[in-house]
Ligand binder design. Sequence first.
Ligand code: NAI
Length: 336
Amino acid sequence: MAKIYRDNDVDMKVLNGRKIGVIGYGNQGRAQALNIRDSGFSPMIGNGDDRYRDLAVRDGFEVHAISRVAAESDVILLLIPDEVQPEVYDEQIRPHLNPGDILCFASGYNVYYKTIRPPAGVGVIMVAPRMIGESVRNLYRDGLGFPCLVASENDDDGRFMPIALAIAGAVGATRFGAFESSFREETTIDLFAEQMLWPGIIKLCLLYFEKLIENGCDPQIVTTELYLSGEFVEIARAMITHGFFGQLKLHSQTSQFGQLSSADKMAPPELLTRVDEVVDEICSGKFHRKWAKEQKDGKPNMKKLWQEALNHPLAEAEAELENLRKIVARSYGGSD
Ligand code: NAI
């Protein structure tokens, strides 16, 4: 059973006297910096010269070059994209680290795949929100929290974990619960969802669309049925309120029978083999090497895949429903 830490388990005093630096002011950087400030601390922001810097200044933060923040901070939250972290770390952070400094990651990726290797004596902790940045901020402001995974690497005497928990407290995660985890577990869970669960859902949605069109159904009605009605979101919500299986009782008897009797048939042996391959590619580092090469080559495959996705007939049906989508988006609190 994972150990779960909540507000009462956290000693926020361990942050007293430590300067907190937040590097990056994007999705997570802005949300976490604002929450930390509202929790009573004064983080400084490290950012390059771009629109994120302007936003941080407008939000009233002290903003400096990344290298200066790395030099002046005791606890450094590295909140820039995983893909650029190794280079920024090597050039602007590593030269300023001293024993006792603490580097805090919001993802396990670069530590697990050893593309960032902090020197001995530097604390390496993880506070990884299971929540998009915008909601990290909104939930905190509403007095609520969100789950996160916490870990501390090479921490034999256990002196860095209390800092990880205090950061989780300051960003608002321990209001919900911080789960003790590891860099390896966070990376595997994340990549497995991205390479097995979500692509499986995307492919099934596209197949659903294609087969119904082949069978003479109207593309706009099928698109609405697929996700625009919001039923998808409501079912996910019902999983929380009634349980993963419990929500099935909200559907008709015919639907319950159809779903329960068909689920196993949707996982033929070839799919199970592919699922094992995905795990192997993640754990062996094969995927990491493929992605690193793709980035080095200028992302040619990513560009091609995006083009193919946007050429799918579902994108066309969605474009024709643009006005309806904007109305639904507003009712879900999204901006259009
Ligand atoms: P982001 O894409 O929003 O980051 C933007 C920030 O990175 C800006 O401040 C920008 O100035 C800076 N930046 C971009 N390229 C740079 C470069 N080459 N050199 C220096 N600064 C650069 O990043 P996001 O999504 O907030 O991710 C930050 C961390 O949080 C990552 O480790 C990610 O895995 C993790 N995370 C992100 C979640 C999300 O909701 N996006 C959820 C949970 C974790």
